[in-house]
Ligand binder design. Structure first.
Ligand code: CIR
Length: 261
């Protein structure tokens, strides 16, 4: 009944990176991204979405929110409704109010995460039937409880996972390849949460490749992971390789730069 709802899309919401993206949150003390280069790479990302069949809604930059280019964390889009989330990092909480009007343009039903729980969209992976919700430094039990109730109403089975503590977001180390297949790091797969799925494990040393995006017939993968590219091509996936080097400097990847529905 819900076949392919997890990767059949026609629209994506994105946000232009602000020049303040240089102050984006990051684990550790790596170099700042270059705002100009980030912007170029973001344009290439948008081009890839369009090639895959997306109508792209590009929102204006928000200088007060350095991480606001990572729109995935402030909302969750289902086919029938959008959910405004409550991001876990205090500096990102205000992004939710800014994403709401964009959601209202596209959805007749926009739901607020109830209570005071916290959820980052980067911790939520939807398959056709399951909503994997990873508890992390950003997503807490109260957030899980609130979101689990909402997604259940739309026919998803909420699955609660404790994301290993060395992973920022659940989806930092996994992504959906198709209705039955997940690409994940060995570290995350060891949690056992994907036992009902076919799994393809990211090659050792290429863990950064795991944050993929499946959009219609195309699979987006970050540049710099040749073994993963070869492996996924051999499985028959049609790849678009995108440079996410600047986003990676502030712990961002492919999935976090769009909301897809
Ligand atoms: C953050 O720490 O919140 C941002 N610098 C990166 C967010 C990446 N989002 C994602 O993986 N969903």
């Amino acid at each position: 009944m819900f076949a392919r709802r997890s990767f059949t899309f026609n629209t994506a919401i994105t946000r232009q990176p602000a020049t303040s993206v240089t102050n984006g949150l990051r684990d550790g003390s790596g170099p700042d991204p270059d705002a100009g280069l980030f912007s170029q790479q973001h344009s290439n990302y948008i081009a890839a979405l369009k090639k895959a069949g997306a109508k792209v809604d590009l929102l204006p930059p928000l200088d007060d929110f350095p991480d606001s280019v990572f729109v995935e964390d402030s909302a969750l889009c289902l086919k029938e409704a959008a959910i405004v989330l409550r991001p876990g990092a205090p500096s990102r909480r205000g992004e939710a109010a800014h994403i709401r009007p964009a959601l209202e343009k596209h959805f007749s039903k926009v739901i607020e995460l109830p209570g005071d729980g916290l959820v980052d969209g980067g911790d939520v992976l939807l398959s056709d039937k399951d909503a994997f919700i990873g508890l992390s430094a950003r997503t807490n039990q109260a957030g899980f409880d609130g979101l689990a109730k909402i997604v259940s109403e739309f026919g998803y089975t909420p699955v609660r996972i404790k994301t290993p503590s060395n992973i920022l977001h659940f989806k930092t180390e996994c992504g959906l390849l198709d209705s039955q297949t997940i690409f994940a790091t060995a570290n995350l797969a060891a949690v056992g949460c994907f036992d009902d799925y076919q799994l393809i494990i990211a090659p050792k040393g290429e863990e950064g490749a795991a944050n993929i995006v499946r959009f219609n017939d195309y699979l987006f993968i970050s540049k710099g992971y040749p073994k993963s590219e070869a492996l996924l091509k051999a499985h028959g996936y049609k790849l678009i390789v995108i440079d996410t080097n600047e986003a990676a400097k502030v712990d961002g990847g492919l999935s976090c730069m769009s909301l897809r529905f």
